[in-house]
Design a protein around this ligand. Structure first.
Ligand code: ADP
Ligand code: ZN
Ligand code: MG
Length: 478
C-alpha cells in the first residue's frame, strides 16, 4: 500500500512592537534576564493588562497579507494551564474570535504552484523562557527569564494542505518572506521570533480521512523543519506497515541525532478551560481602520513578482528569486531605474551578487555595493572603459571594499586597451610564437582560434578589447 503524508503547520511569530502586548515593558531581544518586567507581565496580583494597539494593527496587517478575512469583533481569552514560564497560570489569547480567518498562501514547488489555506491567525502573548543549564545530574535546576513574557505573538494555523516535507519548507520560507515585507516581525528563526510546530500524519493514498497525527516541536531552522518532517513521515510509515497505529503525541526533533522522540502523549485533548478575560475589553475592528491599514499595505512578493514579469519582461524564475526579499527586490528595482536593462541587471544580481552574498553568508542589507555604484560599473562596460570580464574583478573588489568602480579601475590600472595599434603588436607576437596553432586554424581546426585569443588576452592581462582582438586576428589569419 502507498501512503500519503498530510501536514499542517502552526507558526508563532513575535511582533516588532516597541513594547509588550499588555504593558509598557520594552520588547527587545537579548537583554539581561528579567530586566524587562513589571507587575503586569509578571502576573502580580492587582495588576491589569492594557492592550497595545500597535500589536492589533500588526495582526490585522499580517492577516491581510495572508489573504484572510478580518474579524469585526474579537475578544481576548484566558487559556489556563500550569507551567513554570507562565506567570499568571494562564495565557491571554484570541481563542474564540481570531483576528484573521480563511486565508491562503500560494507556493511554488519544483515548478508546480499550489495553494495552502490558512485556517486562522490570532493574537496572543508569549510566555517566559526556561533556561536549563548543564545536565540534570550536575545542574539540577532551571532558571526562568520573564523578558519574553507578554511579548506579542501572532499564531498562524494552516489547514492540513501540505503533502511533503519540501512543501512545508517552501511554505514556511514564503510565509517568512511575506511577513518580512509587511515589517511586522524580523522572523529570526535562530532567535525564536519565528517558531514552527508541524502536525504530521499519513494515510493510504486516495483516502479522504485524516490519519492519527503527531506534533513535532523544536525546529529552529528551515532545514530542521524539512529534516524533522521527513524523518517523521518515514517513522509513521514503518509503524503503519508493521500493522500498528501511530500514537497521537507531541514529539521532539533532535537535531544532533536526526531523530524525533516522544515528549508527551495527546490521548486526551488538553482542557484549557478558555473563557474571555474580564480585564481586557473586546475590540471592534472599525472598518475605516481596516481600510486605512489596507491602503498602507506594501507591495507584497506575489504582486512584485507579477510586476517584474510584466514591466521588465523577466522570466518567472528571475522574478521569483529577485522578490525573495524586499531588500533584494528594492536593490534590483533601484539598479534598473538607473540602468534600464532589466535582464542584464537581473543576470548580474542573481549570478554575481547573490553568489558572493551566499559565499560570504552575508545579507543584502549589509552589502557594500549600492545600486548606484553597480549601475556605474555597467556604464563602464558600455563605454568600453573595461571589458565584461574585468568588470567581474572590479565587482568583487567593490563587494569587498565598498569602493567606487571608477576608483578601482584607476587604482588597479584596469582600463581596457582599445587602441588598435597597441593590440596589433601583441596579436603579431602571439601569431609568431604559435605557428602550430596558426597552421591548425588554417587547416580547419576552429578551436585553435580560441587558443590564440586566450594567449592575447593573457598577454594583456585581460585588458584588450575582445572585439578588437577578434577582428585583428581574423584579418591576420585570412
Ligand atoms: P489540535 O486540536 O491537536 O491542536 P487542530 O485541529 O487544532 O489540532 O489542528 C492543529 C494543526 O494540525 C492545524 O495546522 C491542522 O491543519 C493540523 N492537523 C489537524 N489534523 C491533522 C492530521 N490528521 N494530520 C496532519 N495535520 C493535521
Ligand atoms: Zn511588563
Ligand atoms: Mg489546536
Amino acid at each position: 500500500m502507498k501512503f500519503e503524508p498530510v501536514i499542517g503547520l502552526e507558526i508563532h511569530v513575535e511582533l516588532l512592537t516597541k513594547t509588550k502586548i499588555f504593558c509598557g515593558c520594552s520588547n527587545t531581544f537579548g537583554s539581561e534576564p528579567n530586566s524587562q518586567t513589571c507587575p503586569v507581565c509578571l502576573g502580580l496580583p492587582g495588576s491589569r493588562p492594557l492592550l497595545n494597539k500597535q500589536a492589533v494593527e500588526f495582526a490585522i496587517k499580517a492577516s491581510l497579507a495572508l489573504n484572510c478575512e478580518i474579524a469585526e469583533y474579537t475578544t481576548f481569552d484566558r487559556k489556563n494551564y500550569f507551567y513554570a514560564d507562565l506567570p499568571k497560570g494562564y495565557q491571554i489569547s484570541q481563542y474564540f474570535y481570531p483576528t484573521g480567518t480563511n486565508g491562503y498562501v500560494d507556493i511554488n514547488v519544483n515548478g508546480d504552484s499550489k495553494r495552502v489555506r490558512i485556517h486562522q491567525l490570532h493574537l496572543e502573548e508569549d510566555t517566559g523562557k526556561l533556561l536549563h543549564s548543564g545536565s540534570i545530574l550536575d545542574s539540577p535546576y532551571s532558571r526562568v527569564d520573564f523578558n519574553r513574557a507578554g511579548v506579542p505573538l501572532i499564531e498562524i494555523v494552516t489547514e492540513p494542505d501540505i503533502r511533503s516535507a519540501e512543501e512545508a519548507r517552501v511554505f514556511l520560507q514564503k510565509l517568512r518572506t511575506i511577513l518580512l515585507y509587511t515589517e511586522v516581525s524580523d522572523c529570526k528563526m535562530e532567535e525564536g521570533s519565528m517558531r514552527c510546530d508541524a502536525n504530521i500524519s499519513i494515510r493510504p493514498e486516495g483516502s479522504k480521512v485524516l490519519g492519527s497525527k503527531t506534533e513535532l516541536k523544536n525546529m529552529n531552522s528551515f532545514k530542521a523543519v524539512q529534516k524533522g518532517i521527513e524523518y517523521e513521515i518515514k517513522r509513521q510509515t514503518k509503524v503503519l506497515e508493521a500493522g500498528s497505529e501511530v500514537v497521537p503525541e507531541t514529539r521532539h526533533w533532535n537535531e544532533g541525532k536526526g531523530t524525533t522522540t516522544a515528549m508527551r502523549s495527546k490521548f486526551k485533548a488538553a482542557n484549557y478551560r478558555c473563557f474571555p478575560d474580564p480585564n481586557v475589553f473586546p475590540i471592534e475592528n472599525n472598518s475605516d481602520w481596516i481600510e486605512n491599514i489596507k491602503n498602507h499595505m506594501p507591495e507584497l512578493p506575489d504582486e512584485k513578482k507579477a510586476r517584474f514579469v510584466a514591466d521588465h519582461n523577466l522570466p518567472q524564475y528571475d522574478a521569483e528569486v529577485l522578490t525573495s526579499s524586499s531588500e533584494l527586490a528594492e536593490f534590483y528595482d533601484r539598479t534598473v531605474s538607473l540602468y534600464p536593462n532589466p535582464k542584464f541587471v537581473s543576470n548580474w544580481v542573481m549570478g554575481e551578487l547573490i553568489g558572493l552574498l551566499n559565499a560570504k553568508k552575508e545579507d543584502i542589507s549589509a552589502c557594500k555595493i549600492t545600486p548606484s555604484s553597480l549601475a556605474r560599473l555597467f556604464q563602464l562596460i558600455d563605454d568600453q572603459t573595461i571589458s565584461g570580464k574585468i568588470a567581474k574583478t572590479v565587482f568583487q573588489d567593490m563587494f569587498d571594499t565598498g569602493k567606487d568602480p571608477e576608483t578601482i579601475v584607476k587604482e588597479k590600472n584596469l582600463v581596457q586597451i582599445t587602441d588598435t595599434g597597441e593590440i596589433e603588436v601583441i596579436v603579431d607576437q602571439v601569431i609568431e610564437a604559435n605557428p602550430g596553432s596558426v597552421a591548425d586554424f588554417k587547416g580547419g581546426k576552429k578551436k585553435a582560434l580560441g587558443f590564440l585569443v586566450g594567449q592575447i588576452m593573457k598577454a594583456t592581462k585581460g585588458q584588450a578589447n575582445p572585439q578588437v582582438v577578434n577582428k585583428l586576428l581574423a584579418e591576420k589569419l585570412k
